[in-house]
Ligand binder design. Structure first.
Ligand code: PLP
Length: 373
């Protein structure tokens, strides 16, 4: 049975070049970057070249990139230190953030009693930026935390515009860019954003590695304590094979961005055409969505909602319902709950997320399987 992987917002397959690079690093470059002998120095060199390469892709400087174990860690770190060390009194966020942000903020609210305000979400899945400006008119030491690309619907936040709004109101701006790094250009010299985060496994790199970006003199303090790695900001022996694999994956993603994003866009359009032909009453959840994500409400009976993923899985098709953490659970997605009516949310919605490894044959197999659900 052919396996069809259409769940690239959950995680992506490694590029073959990344596997080669990581295999080389695991086999030959196993030194500890903190060791002073030549194996250690080689590892340190790989570490710093990886940092430089990542910084270059984002038009940042190398010292602004700090490696972490994943996007969740980077988000937790920035939010926690903003409250604990930068004395943020209020966080403005939205109810459609990933749980790595939402649950961190809730924990901080409980621990530190900070004020948390939520920007209104429109029925299009986009945020109401007029409401953001209204919230910011109340002067308080504030951090705005809003994601770039929503991982469930693919709705897009205008990073430049929100950065400017935050700057005008003296607020710090953190964006969870886990779904956009490697998939669209971000220029950190021209976008006055304070903090962003990334996770390698979302752009065809390895799991278990990511990074945080923050500017010099941000005042951010470490989440854990130990050695001097990452200038003491993120102690722990650096996973050279993961970091080197991530740098390679990001370099290739940006090298191929134009051709791959055009190809993926055409696959998304093909899927929409096929859905229109086979399920004329289907609806897209969210408007103006990112090119690799398509969240659809299918005009099927509510009784199919619980089992649809299971039926597709039996046919070798991997898609998602809501975010990865909720796959397999029948709780409604917290993102769709914000934009759909109470009736619509009971119907089966699917998140189809593409990569350059997909083909139109994958889409045909998905449509055929859905017709037989
Ligand atoms: N933020 C967003 C928007 C995500 O989609 C994810 C992963 O699903 C994360 C954060 C968490 O990243 P990681 O898996 O690296 O912890």
């Amino acid at each position: 049975m052919k396996k069809v992987y259409l769940d690239n917002a959950s995680t992506t397959a490694l590029r073959p070049e990344v596997i080669l690079e990581m295999t080389k690093l695991l086999t030959e470059d196993y030194g500890n970057p903190s060791s002073t002998h030549s194996l250690g120095r080689t590892a340190k060199n790989i570490l710093e070249l990886s940092r430089k390469s990542i910084a270059k892709q984002l038009n940042a400087t190398a010292s602004e990139i700090i490696f972490t174990s994943c996007g969740t860690e980077a988000n937790n770190w920035i939010l926690r230190s903003a409250v604990k060390d930068l004395k943020t009194e209020r966080i403005i966020t939205s109810k459609i953030e990933h749980h790595a942000v939402l649950h961190s903020i809730m924990a901080l609210q409980n621990e530190y009693g900070i004020q948390v305000d939520y920007v209104n979400v429109k029925t299009t899945g986009e945020l109401d930026l007029t409401h953001l400006v209204e919230l910011l008119s109340d002067e308080k030491k504030t951090l705005v935390s809003l994601m770039h690309i929503n991982n469930e619907t693919g709705t897009i936040l205008d990073l430049n515009r929100v950065s400017q709004i935050c700057q005008e109101h003296n607020a710090l701006f953190h964006s969870d860019t886990v779904q956009s790094i490697g998939k669209t250009k971000i220029d950190l010299q021209h976008t006055p954003i304070d903090f962003i985060v990334a996770s390698a496994h979302k752009f065809h790199g390895p799991k278990g590695v990511g990074f945080a970006f923050f500017r010099k003199n941000s005042g951010l303090q470490p989440l854990f304590f130990g050695g001097e790695q990452e200038k003491g900001l993120r102690p722990g022996t650096e996973a050279i094979h993961q970091i080197g694999g991530m740098a390679k994956a990001l370099e290739l993603s940006y090298q191929n961005l134009e051709t791959e994003s055009q190809y993926i866009t055409s696959l998304k359009e093909y899927t929409i055409e096929k859905l229109k032909a086979n399920f004329p009453d289907f609806k897209i959840n969210g408007e103006n969505t990112f090119y690799n994500l398509l969240n659809v409400l299918l005009p099927l009976d509510e009784s199919k909602t619980a089992m649809i993923l299971f039926h597709l899985d039996m046919k070798g098709i991997a898609v998602s319902r809501g975010s990865a953490c909720q796959s397999g659970s029948i709780r409604p997605s917290h993102v769709l709950a914000e934009i759909l009516t109470a009736d619509a949310i009971k119907k089966p919605s699917l998140r189809i997320s593409f990569s350059h490894f997909n083909t139109t044959e994958d889409i045909d197999l998905l449509i055929e399987a859905l017709r037989n659900c």
